[in-house]
Design a binder for this molecule. Structure first.
Ligand SMILES: Cc1ncc(COP(=O)(O)O)c(C=O)c1O
Length: 404
């Protein structure tokens, strides 16, 4: 097993056996989900930015960054998954077929008055709660959101603005989730969570299925640009439900010729890295301290883990400075490249690529991953400046380290 501990990053490469393809993260299901989401007026594909000047500086063929800050006015990708998850739950409850309805059908007065009787709850470190409260405010449903201690005011406000009741707890994300599980059971509220555990997988799988829309859009956009497929995909992970949707899709579409896949996590919340290192599912505990609020999760989605560990080769446990570097480079492009506003959790995958291509300390890992002049690298910037204060601190003040 290849391992490399270098400056600001620990890397391990898993030995993959037979791929465990996930039967619902398919191109067909992505198209089905997309057909429904397209009926929402806010929906349009987010841009896939080809950073050509940067690619030549990095010595690779292509660097594609999908900019999810442009997703449905939410400044982050999460709304796609949660919208699809909620829509499917409502379909189940009222015996509707997602393939035959559009969003407006859920707003028809008779049905909508019944939908409005439903009360929802979730734990979040920000973006999931924002996506959920957004869709529930459109539908007219009540929503209770619980957030970990140290959640910034900007993130709390962003959710309250959609009419949700927000409670900040004394615990970390995983503690907050346990509180929500109890509250949901006590009050018979509908729990919509982007995290799975024994007995709770259905909704999370639907959310990951919703994320396949992003993968399907990205592949179509790359192909329009003349690239057949990515050779490498580097994604950031918290619980891993997002990576599950995206990488599960690419593994299903390309099977044995799938891209080389990498998961990047914050060093204090690196549950995938630890699980691969230990050869078994491992929970990370403690404060999970990191600027990457969306990735501050110590317990991997165990359904996602079962697939990801068979298709993802590389696992990187990264310091905050890697994400901060990614944010800064995306914010100040070279040549004719487009500027991308990418937040702390959005820029980690890109930050890691920049280290691989620019730091001598990373040369060996880069060679192991076979990143070279033929590489077509896909990254997803999953959020914009969802916390404007932190964003400014990083970009203007060099917050969280500048050394490489
Ligand atoms: C901006 C951003 N990127 C990535 C993630 C990671 O998603 P997941 O927890 O499904 O791995 C999150 C999760 O909240 C997020 O907010």
């Amino acid at each position: 097993m290849y391992k490399n501990n270098t400056k600001n990053c620990k890397f391990i490469e898993a030995e993959l056996g037979e791929y465990n393809y996930c039967d619902f993260l398919t191109e067909e299901n992505a198209k089905k989900a997309k057909r429904f989401i397209e009926t929402l007026e806010e929906y349009e594909s987010t841009p896939l930015v080809s950073l050509d000047a940067l690619a030549s500086r990095f010595g690779v063929q292509k660097v594609y960054v999908k900019d999810e800050s442009k997703r449905m006015g939410l400044n982050a990708f999460k709304g796609v998954g949660v919208l699809y998850g909620v829509a499917r739950l409502i379909c189940d409850r009222f015996d509707l077929d997602i393939e035959k309805i559009g969003f407006n059908d859920l707003m028809a007065p008779e049905l909508n008055s019944k939908i409005q009787e439903l009360v929802f709850i979730a734990a979040t470190d920000g973006n999931h709660g924002k996506g959920l409260s957004w869709i529930l405010s459109k539908l007219g449903c009540k929503c209770h959101i619980y957030m970990p201690k140290n959640s910034t005011e900007a993130r709390v406000k962003a959710i309250e603005n959609y009419g949700a009741t927000v409670t900040v707890t004394d615990g970390n994300y995983d503690d907050t989730l346990r509180i929500v599980i109890e509250k949901a059971a006590e009050n018979d509220w509908i729990h919509v969570q982007d995290q799975a555990w024994e007995g709770y997988t259905k909704v999370t799988n639907l959310i990951s299925e919703g994320y396949t829309i992003i993968a399907d859009e990205a592949l179509g956009q790359m192909q329009e640009d003349g690239s057949e497929k990515p050779t490498h995909i580097i994604l950031q992970a918290g619980a891993g439900s997002f990576a599950f949707g995206i990488l599960g899709y690419f593994a299903n579409v390309f099977k044995e010729s799938k891209p080389y896949m990498v998961l990047a996590e914050p060093e204090n919340a690196d549950c995938y890295y630890q699980s691969v290192t230990n050869g078994e599912y491992t929970v990370v505990t403690g404060e999970l301290e990191t600027i990457m609020a969306g990735l501050s999760v110590g317990e991997a989605n165990f359904v996602a883990w079962e697939t990801l560990r068979t298709i993802v080769e590389g696992y990187a446990s990264c310091s905050d400075s890697i994400s901060a570097r990614g944010m800064r480079i995306l914010s100040s492009p070279i040549g004719d490249d487009t500027r991308i506003i990418s937040g702390e959790s959005g820029a980690l995958g890109f930050g890691l690529l920049s280290m691989l291509c620019q730091s001598n300390d990373y040369e060996d890992i880069k060679n192991q991953m076979k990143i070279d002049e033929n590489s077509v690298v896909l990254l997803i910037s999953t959020e914009g400046d969802t916390d404007p204060k932190v964003y400014e601190d990083v970009i203007w003040n060099g917050g969280y380290g500048t050394e490489i």
